[in-house]
Design a protein around this ligand. Structure first.
Ligand code: GTP
Ligand code: MG
Length: 301
């Protein structure tokens, strides 16, 4: 019979969510946490740096690590930084969630799987976006093929967006967590500060507003962040690489920037639980995405 004292023992561990860009890693994190922390968009390379999302339930604390999509074929400092963030997230974790979407396996997936080849920790295969899976009869053969390539501890098909099978995934994760005291206070949700989250929320709205005309050469720098009673004043600088991009973001008579501001403000008010006054400026800063120092100062360590 199991020792009832063991059942009481707290569990805690780091769980890295990794995968190629756009498979739905950040969406899964947000839905498991029940709060939007990590920004998402239909474009690849949305997440740029590591972010912790902490979920404490009953006697377990899961410390999720959202990571940038692992990608190849880009050579700027920011791309290296993003892939480094993935490699770092894989060190010292207790479990890895390797995410794919639908029934696709790419070269990037294969490369990432190679990096996981001797992890010493359980690796779950999470197949996301089953809500848009056309060929349901191909799911089992896909799982069989993937299981031949890698010894996954669990294979879990989910829809992060529609919350299909995500509770089951969480339960399985908890089963694999080591018995450890919690690392964070019960009410802590992330390791990132509000300034960082604010900058990210603004960047999300730009990414979503811009269609495909803008490459991923946008960064947001918070210049002022001040809460006084029920009002938070935030001033932010939107950095782009070229003047044409600046014009695009501003839009005709400032219309696009206004839309970006309105959307971001709504999200920020929800996050901060205050009213928000948001001031946005767009500035050309050539070469920031290939400049390590600039990246550091923008929080992309
Ligand atoms: N249909 C469907 N779409 C999903 C699902 N999960 C995520 N998405 C969509 O897929 C897109 C990418 O989601 P993200 O969560 O930003 O993906 P990511 O893996 O974090 O992407 P990067 O940060 O760029 O690596 C978004 O448009 C999501 O709404 C899902 O279960 N079903
Ligand atoms: Mg992401």
């Amino acid at each position: 019979m199991s020792d009832p004292r063991n059942e009481e023992a707290p569990r805690c561990g780091y769980v890295a969510i990794v995968g190629r860009p756009n498979v739905g890693k950040s969406t899964l994190l947000n839905h498991l946490l029940g709060i939007k922390l990590s920004i998402t968009s239909r474009k690849p390379q949305t997440t740029r740096s590591r972010l912790l999302g902490i979920k404490t339930v009953n006697n377990s604390q899961i410390v999720f690590v959202d990571t940038p999509g692992f990608h190849t074929g880009f050579k700027k400092a920011i791309n290296k930084q993003m892939n480094n963030a993935v490699a770092e997230a894989l060190q010292d974790v207790d479990l890895v969630v390797f995410m794919t979407d639908r029934l696709v396996l790419t070269e990037e997936d294969e490369l990432l799987l190679k990096k996981l080849s001797d992890p010493g920790v359980p690796v779950f295969l999470v197949i996301n976006k089953v809500d848009v899976l056309g060929e349901r009869d191909k799911l089992l053969p896909f799982i069989a093929m993937m299981s031949e390539r890698f010894r996954f501890s669990e294979v879990v098909p989910v829809s992060a967006l529609k919350n299909v099978n995500t509770d089951e995934l969480e339960q399985s994760i908890i089963k694999y967590l080591p018995e450890n005291p919690w690392l964070f206070p019960e009410d802590q949700l992330t390791d990132r500060n509000l300034r960082f989250l604010a900058a990210e929320f603004i960047r999300e709205k730009i990414t979503r507003q811009m269609g495909d005309e803008l490459p991923y050469e946008v960064a947001v720098e918070i210049e002022e962040f001040m809460t006084e009673g029920p009002l938070t004043t935030i001033s932010a600088l939107i950095l782009v690489e070229k003047n044409t991009q600046k014009q695009m973001i501003i839009g005709e008579k400032g219309s696009r920037l206004k839309l970006i501001g309105t959307e971001a403000r709504k999200d920020l008010e929800r996050l901060l639980d205050t009213r928000v006054m948001l001031n946005l400026w767009v500035k050309v800063k050539q070469g920031w995405s290939d400049d390590l120092r600039a990246l550091r100062s923008l929080g992309y360590e």
